[in-house]
Design a protein around this ligand. Structure first.
Ligand code: ATP
Ligand code: MEV
Ligand code: MG
Length: 387
């Protein structure tokens, strides 16, 4: 039996980084997905088989003989491999996984894949032990660009692994895409969070939560509230194509907190107020064009204020500033989304903005070498399909 899953990427409308330090943030799923297919392989005679991972986006494939995994994760070193409840990867376990990743000779230019492979091995061996199996992963998201590729990776992977485990009492004969029960989604989200810890270092959990549950959420200290926009929000996403790494950016903000605790606490408080106000405005009813324009103007102002505070945190970048300047020429407000340092920028496209202007902004941004994406905001979370 094979299971397929898909989990969405996300945009953060306000509150990235500050959310790691306890502030409120607002995020929404987007209709760009990471997809996983997974099947357990029958061991052949005289051979315990292997755990195989194919990463389609990079054209790379990896394989670990089950016997090698068994020998590496001795019970004495890390305890029993199968864990019914999500648990953090201990330093000993992490060291052993690092040695297995090291053996794979990842090309130097793709060394950033290491954390993803590490998270894969952790999730696989925790949920299925050394059982031979094959996992194939592909994504429509740009990787490492602020659209939550790491979370979509961990959610779609955890969902697929759990769907073929005893942890789910799901009817595997049902055809087509299924949405899971709340308790199953919660379990996937917990495992995905453990994976995110390996990739982000100190994640808030907002990215895996919005990828698991979908829609638009307000998130603070692990707690989510679903919110619904009274009017559709149109966002332009510009990928600066400047590579960056969320773990390093999150660590950089924490260093700034150590150096300037009072100033940074004030910045985080301001972000908290912005996110709370933003969520109220998003949900506020609109009756006509005048009220829609007023609502969008307030959202634009809050996005600009949040961007200013992200600059204070040291996570903007020259490429992001270029996008901000370019969109401002058309009186459009933008902010970075995700961890910053390059990656993606969000621009609110007001409801009454003409297609002609949108096309002009996109043309100008693309002439700078950036890539523009239009995505539906607030859609579905994790889905599962058996075949
Ligand atoms: N489809 C994929 N194939 C292989 N590795 C992936 C894939 N998606 C994510 N990853 C892993 O996640 C890492 C990128 O995660 P990172 O958190 O830095 O960026 P992001 O999640 O795209 O952005 P942000 O966290 O700001 O939203 C990659 O370096 C890789 O290890
Ligand atoms: C930068 C950050 O706030 C969001 C990354 O999408 C990190 C996190 O919350 O885990
Ligand atoms: Mg990430």
């Amino acid at each position: 039996m094979e299971v397929r899953t898909r989990a969405p990427g996300k945009i953060i409308l306000s509150g990235e980084h500050a959310v790691v330090h306890g502030s409120t943030a607002v995020a929404a799923a987007i209709d760009l997905y990471t997809r996983v297919s997974f099947r357990l392989l029958p061991p052949s005679e005289g051979d315990a088989g292997s755990v195989e991972l194919e990463l389609k986006d990079t054209g790379l494939a990896f394989s670990w003989p089950s016997s090698r995994l068994k020998e590496t994760f001795s019970f004495e070193a890390i305890g029993p491999p199968l864990s019914p409840t999500p648990r953090p990867c201990s330093p000993e376990h992490s060291k052993l996984i690092a040695s297995l990743v090291e053996e794979q000779n990842i090309p130097e230019a793709k060394i950033w894949l290491r954390s993803g492979i590490h998270a894969f091995l952790y999730l696989y061996t925790s949920i299925h032990g050394f059982k031979p199996g094959k996992v194939v992963i592909s994504s429509e998201l740009p990787l490492g660009s602020g659209l939550g590729s790491s979370a979509a990776f961990c959610v779609s992977l955890s969902g697929a692994l759990l769907a073929l485990s005893d942890a789910f009492s799901i009817d595997r004969q049902t055809k087509g895409w299924l949405e899971l029960e709340l308790s199953e989604l919660e379990l996937v989200n917990k495992w995905a969070f453990e994976g995110e810890k390996i990739i982000h270092g100190k994640p808030s959990g907002i990215d895996n939560t919005v990828s698991t549950f979908g829609s638009m959420i307000k998130f603070r200290s692990g707690e989510l509230t679903h919110i619904r926009s009274s009017t559709p929000l149109r966002m332009l996403i510009t990928n600066t194509k400047v590579g960056r790494n969320t773990k390093a950016l999150v660590a950089g903000v924490s260093e700034r907190v150590l150096k300037h605790p009072d100033a940074m606490a004030a910045v985080f408080r301001a972000v908290d107020s912005i996110s709370k106000e933003l969520s109220v405005i998003i949900e506020s009813p609109t009756s006509d064009d005048v009220s829609i324009i007023a609502k969008e103007e307030k959202l634009e102002e809050l996005m600009e204020m949040n961007q200013g505070l992200l600059q204070c945190m040291g996570v903007s970048h020259a490429s992001i500033e270029t996008v901000l300047r370019t969109t401002l020429k058309y009186k459009l407000a933008s902010k970075l989304t995700g961890a910053g340092g390059g990656g993606c920028v969000l621009t609110l496209l007001p409801t009454l903005l003409s297609t002609k202007i949108v096309d002009k902004v996109i043309a100008e941004l693309e002439s700078c070498g950036f890539q523009c994406l239009k995505a539906e905001v607030g859609g579905k979370g994790l889905e599962v399909c058996f075949s």
